[in-house]
Design a protein around this ligand. Sequence first.
Ligand SMILES: Cc1cc2nc3c(=O)[nH]c(=O)nc-3n(C[C@H](O)[C@H](O)[C@H](O)COP(=O)(O)O)c2cc1C
Length: 465
Amino acid sequence: MSKEKLDKYLYKWPYFNPSEEKSWVKEGDSQFVRYLPEKKEELEIDSRWPGFFPSPICFVTTSDSEITALEKVVGASIVNRFPYIIALSFCIEPLSKRHYVRSRFMETLEKGETVCVHYFEPGDDIDAVMRAINEVSDDNIDKRIEFTGLATRKAKTNDSPVFSSAYMVYEAKLVKPGKDFSGNPIFEKPYTDFGSHRIYYLEIEAIQLREDISNGTSQIHWKALPEWEPKNQLQNEVVATTTPLIDVKYQKGYSPNYFFPSKNTIGFEYDTIENGMAIKVLPQLPEDQVEVDNDRARWPCFFPSSVGMITTWDSSGAPNLMPCGSTTILVRHPLCIGVCVSYAEINIRYAPRGSIRALNETKKFGCGVPFINDTIVDAIKYAGNISIDSDLNKIVNAGLEVEKNEWSPVLPALPIHFDCEVVDIVRLGTHFLYIGEVKAIRVREDVNQENPLNWYPYPDVLVNN
Ligand SMILES: Cc1cc2nc3c(=O)[nH]c(=O)nc-3n(C[C@H](O)[C@H](O)[C@H](O)COP(=O)(O)O)c2cc1C
């Protein structure tokens, strides 16, 4: 990775020492806990996230018949596979200077009903867009795009402007009411309001990818997990209780060091090349989009995401772990994490997950933050391919120790863990979105200002030699 290009965007968490903060309490001998929700007065002073979840940053344009607008979104996430949906959330309740209401942006989006979601190479363009967002207020949002000084052109499927220098663009429109593959109604409304935020569901209609990336001359590089070094022992020794299973039918691979395209990814199957961009227009109906073959059913192009380690207590009493790429922070107050879990029966890749039972019955889950470490990555591969329905000892067989926290199983090897309560369940087509309100944040004792997690919120583009 070209470190110098990305280094100025390095985010370190925590920027404080839990041992020195009143709001964090020591529990047991190796963790600090912060109970939520916070008070409004606390938020007014500082509304930065009280805990860290690795989230990518993108830039979104929208337009109605009169104006065009621009915003930044932290944690945009693909939340459903068929139809292919991206969720974007915006503040609707004033909390602080940082979390103010994005009124004019949302008015424009709701009137025009479309967006273009952009990814730029780390460097001047990101800085120009950030400057425009920071210096031009939401009241003057129609001036932001011009303020960036960057060239734009027309999108393929809608009227939201496309920045010419973005290397990847997702064009999407607000969802309309429809039915899933079993005839259940979906999307009575194109958004969900919860607490301080409105979560919009947008169906992806077209994807643009720079031509040199589409043909492999350049590659996107994405570090999907934060870097971190435990200072204390990672965990107590774990002994597998039964022979770990390997599902021979289909194995979903995983590497947090992700290159696209590469021999492990599908190629980007585009329709045309225009303006130096390979463009794929997705079929309009989910029925026409469905790919039954497990490999072809993968996401059609790279999209930056991380992984949440979703833990539950199964009705059998066994602790469960479901690695979940579609995990993101959706609401600031009360702090909520969104987790998208497949319920559809499309193929092995998209099958109903065992975790659904516990999520629906107990309404409780844990969300651990993984990091780049061989033991953790091996555990993601095992637990992400074996259901609790075929291995009740899944977590230890994945090589992880479990701590019997009453709320949700805690994995002591992970630096951060959120205890969440399910406050809403949204049916999206192939996946349920579980919105989980964070009740407590747990961090290991060796997570502190001197030993923070390191995270790069932007993917890089590298020329392939
Ligand atoms: C890196 C990775 C990301 C994953 N992301 C998701 C996801 O976003 N949603 C989902 O339903 N399954 C996802 N899975 C698959 C589940 O983790 C997997 O099916 C798991 O075995 C389900 O366990 P369960 O049946 O015990 O709940 C992912 C797997 C991996 C390896």
